[in-house]
Design a protein around this ligand. Structure first.
Ligand code: PEP
Ligand code: MG
Length: 871
């Protein structure tokens, strides 16, 4: 295979092979933008390296060929003593993983070429020695695994309170010697002087960083597959650290927080890329570059416009100015907040860059779900103690903690926490995941905290500069002498950037109010959501129903756009006060007692169904007959046994009979036991009572459309028995209702052709179908071994969350095809949790289901994803 691509050979569609950074560097090169020449080593080479533990055969030769071509083009050799070519070696995976993998700059420097570099830079010794010490520092830490604190400490001691701008050439030269000693002490060897060896080691280190713990954690969090590998970009160096006419910056073509068009970014004079993210000095707003270097600024603006028109989307950019010359180091379609995603999609439609079809595909159900989170109540009494940048929206409340470890600890104990740091770095990832929100006192919207939080959809306020954060003392102080210590509750608003003392109450989001029926009004975000949702609705083929078992949920589901109820779980109507009546049923001795118990339940059930049919006003309502094992409604065995034992002779007869019943009904595997249709066949009159209640309720509500659903069927014979009885009751009541079944036992899926003969509809119960297909108890496994399975890559996401296409999905496909073959027009739906999961919804669309059913709050998400699936 071809392992190395020159920037002139790639393009933006080769992200699988070249990673995002490499593909976009190639794209920019081909657009004629000023990109420093270089080449990309493919992800395939990385996979080969990770599998075999060494660079795959032929790779070194190929790299050497491309390097020679680069050297010829630049007119200097890598590390050439009198006039060196220097390169950066940067990671770049298919999906952006900010700061998670390694990068080494200034490769090619050693004791000789550092002097050549100074000469190149017009005798700028300071710059040359600064670059050299950066190489040893970065190389030592990332390639040789030396503790970065050792280098940082030496630098801090040298600075002794001065700014990095005050350091002179001699300071950096001395630092180089100190750094070299650190390397010798830590590795037992000298810092490698051979430029080609430096490069090879850096490439290997970048490959290996794919499996660094924080990268593994990030991928799991972001659901990025573990086996993609990273590409490596070898790029000729340009320098932002060679004087005040140089610098480095990051920019967005629009505000990634709000979507507003304008100039957004940060710039740092006389610095190299890493300095911006590390926050060594405070950056200046990008606008100020105009006053410093108008030519570079104007060119940057032109390039940003070109990129946005070319990518037809928001782009983010890294650039460097080297002595007044602008260079593009990176671009990509930028991460953005959920609100910005909706706004930008609609703005781009209005600008004529994309059409509405594409706008719908530019937003996701997850983003919509984020917009539905509550926000802080602006009218509430609240004490603001600071304000930073609105880096990632949301309303987060929790106890302040000052280290990642503490965040993880408290979160594990069930506490909501806010991680407070001066700035975050990639090692804070676990704390950021554990926290409700992240607050930093330094860094802009492009700082690590901001970028990572936005990617995770986590609330973040960054750069709240009035706050003095002391991690060592575990507290921060705010203006006015307010001190917030570890454990104190604070509230942060990622949409406004405000920080409040104590807990601020939250209110519904305007997007939820819109779904609840509020007019669109003048809110730009709500208007964008409205346009996109309307278009998604007109595009989708899948209907969306809701799982609801009371009138309130049913009414909300309808307001949210549900086109019916796909699952009404009647067992939810047997809880609370009614438990007693179920106990009576279980304890019934003989037909009379049992019939009395059922007769007591019937009017209650009838009233429940009547309310739901009313709320749904003629939309279909699928009522599922009782599913769970009866002992779920009885008291806990141990508790009851203790109670009876303690009461001794005074124990009531009822308690004794209950205890006997609990023992009698005990099952080792209740999920595989007496439940669902089996219960209906074994407890006489139970299903008949429910069917009668449904029929009478339907008769009482004009236009009601009842569908009766039998759970846990595995064989057509089971269904036939129940169906016959139900048909008789319906006929007697003069009510028409479809009778269908859930497909949630693998055997039902495999014999769907037979089952369809007796079923007017199928609804896939993918919770049980997943449980029984994998043999994973849905109530136990998640905690027990799923995290290990995720680590091992057995699956990338829990199959209870996202439908397992290869296994469970195959059963769904078989059942859908064979069911429809036996009964053309058979209605097909899904009512397991997967009905509200974006990826699973796309699967349902692909296999031709008629509808998905999910919890009422997920209905808008499902509508949007069904639209996206159809486009
Ligand atoms: C299912 O099994 O997917 C289902 C919807 O039923 P329940 O979750 O009630 O078992
Ligand atoms: Mg089920």
């Amino acid at each position: 295979p071809k392992y190395v691509y020159d920037f002139t050979e790639g393009n933006k569609d080769l992200k699988d092979l070249l990673g995002g950074k490499g593909a976009n560097l190639a794209e920019m090169t081909n657009l004629g933008l000023p990109v420093p020449p270089g080449f990309t080593i493919t992800t395939e080479a990385c996979r080969g390296f990770l599998a075999g533990g060494s660079l795959p055969g032929g790779l070194e030769e190929e790299i050497a060929l491309h390097l020679t071509a680069l050297e010829r083009r630049m007119g200097r050799r890598l590390g050439q003593a009198d006039d060196p070519l220097l390169v950066s070696v940067r990671s770049g995976a298919k999906f952006s993983m900010p700061g998670m993998m390694e990068t080494v700059l200034n490769i090619g420097l050693n004791d000789e070429s550092v002097r050549g570099l100074a000469k190149q830079a017009g005798g700028n010794e300071r710059f040359a020695w600064d670059s050299y010490r950066r190489l040893i520092q970065m190389f030592g830490r990332t390639v040789q695994g030396i503790d970065g604190e050792l280098f940082d400490g030496a630098l801090e001691r040298l600075k002794a309170g001065r700014s990095d701008l005050d350091l002179q050439a001699e300071d950096f030269q001395r630092l180089v010697e100190t750094y070299k000693e650190i390397v010798r002490a830590e590795t037992g060897e000298d810092f490698p002087a051979d430029p080609y060896r430096q490069m090879r080691m850096a490439v290997e280190a970048v490959f290996a960083s794919w499996n660094a713990p924080r990268a593994v954690l990030y991928r799991r969090q972001e659901r990025i597959p573990a086996d993609l590998g990273t590409a490596v970009n070898v790029c000729s160096m340009v320098f932002g650290n060679c004087g005040m006419d140089s610098g480095t910056g990051v920019a967005f073509t629009r505000d990634p927080g709000s979507g507003q068009q304008g100039v957004y970014g940060d710039y740092l004079q006389n610095a190299q890329g890493e300095d911006v993210v590390a926050g060594i000095r405070n950056t200046m707003p990008l606008q100020e570059l105009e006053a410093i270097d108008k030519d570079s600024y104007d060119e940057l603006m032109r390039i940003m416009e070109k990129l946005e028109n070319h990518y037809r989307d928001l782009c983010d950019i890294e650039f460097t100015v080297e002595r007044g010359k602008l260079w593009m180091l990176q671009t990509r379609v930028g991460k953005r907040t959920a609100a910005a995603a909706f706004r930008i999609a609609v703005q781009l439609v209005d600008q004529g860059l994309i059409d509405l079809d594409e706008a719908v595909t530019r937003v996701t159900g997850d983003q919509l779900a984020q917009l539905m989170f509550p926000r802080f109540d602006g009218g509430a009494d609240r004490k603001r103690i600071g304000r930073g940048m609105n880096a990632s929206p949301g309303a987060a409340v929790g106890r302040a903690v000052f280290s990642s470890e503490r965040a993880v600890e408290l979160a594990a104990a069930g506490e909501a926490v806010i991680l407070v740091r001066r700035e975050t770095n990639p090692d804070d990832l676990s704390g950021m995941i554990a926290a409700q929100g992240v607050l930093t006192s330094r860094g802009g919207k492009t700082s690590h905290a901001a970028v990572v939080a936005r990617g995770m959809g986590k609330t973040c306020v960054c750069g709240a500069e009035e706050l003095e954060v002391s991690a060592a003392e575990r507290r921060f102080t705010a203006p006015g002498g307010v001190v917030v210590a570890e454990g104190d509750v604070i509230s942060i608003d990622g949409s406004s950037g405000e920080v409040f003392l104590g807990e601020v109450p939250v209110v519904d989001s305007p997007v939820v109010e819109y779904f609840e029926g509020a007019p669109v009004g003048g809110d730009e975000l709500v208007a964008a959501v409205h346009r996109i949702m309307s278009h998604a609705d007109s595009a989708r083929r899948l209907a969306v129903r809701a799982n609801a078992d009371n009138a309130e949920d049913a009414a909300r589901a309808r307001r949210f756009g549900a086109q019916g109820i796909g699952l009404c779980r009647t067992e939810h109507m047997f809880l609370g006060d009614r438990r007693q009546l179920v106990e009576d049923l279980v304890l019934a001795d003989g037909d009379d007692e049992r019939e009395r118990a059922l007769a007591a339940l019937e009017p209650l059930q009838r009233a429940d169904f009547t309310e739901i049919f009313r709320a749904m006003d003629g939309l279909p309502v699928t009522v599922r007959l009782l599913d769970p094992p009866l002992h779920e409604f009885l008291p806990d065995h141990t508790e009851l046994a203790v109670k009876v034992a303690l009461a001794g002779d005074r124990a009531t007869g009822r308690d004794r009979r209950l205890l006997a019943a609990v023992k009698r009904l005990h099952e080792q595997n209740p999920m595989l036991g007496l439940r669902g249709v089996r219960l209906g066949l074994v407890v006489p009159g139970l299903f008949a009572m429910q069917v009668r209640a449904i029929a009478e309720a339907a008769r009482a509500v004009p236009g009601a459309r009842a569908e009766i659903m039998i759970p846990l069927v595995g064989a057509v014979q089971e269904l036939e028995c129940v169906r016959e009885e139900a048909a008789g009751i319906l006929a007697e009541a003069g009510v028409e209702a479809a009778v269908g079944t859930m497909i949630e036992v693998p055997r039902a899926a495999l014999t769907a052709g037979q089952i369809a003969e007796a079923a007017e509809f199928f609804s896939f119960g993918t919770n049980d179908l997943t449980q029984m297909t994998w043999g994973f108890s849905r109530d136990d496994v998640e905690a027990a071994f799923f995290s290990r399975y995720l680590d091992l890559g057995v699956f990338g996401v829990s199959p209870f969350e996202t439908l397992d296409r290869a296994g469970v999905g195959r059963l769904v496909r078989i059942a859908a095809e064979e069911g429809r073959r036996a009964r053309p027009g058979l209605k097909l739906g899904i009512c397991g949790e997967h009905g509200g999961d974006p990826d699973s919804i796309h699967f349902c669309h692909e296999v031709g289901l008629d509808y998905v059913s999910c919890s009422p709050f997920r209905v808008p998400v499902a509508r949007l994803e069904a639209g996206r699936a159809a486009l």
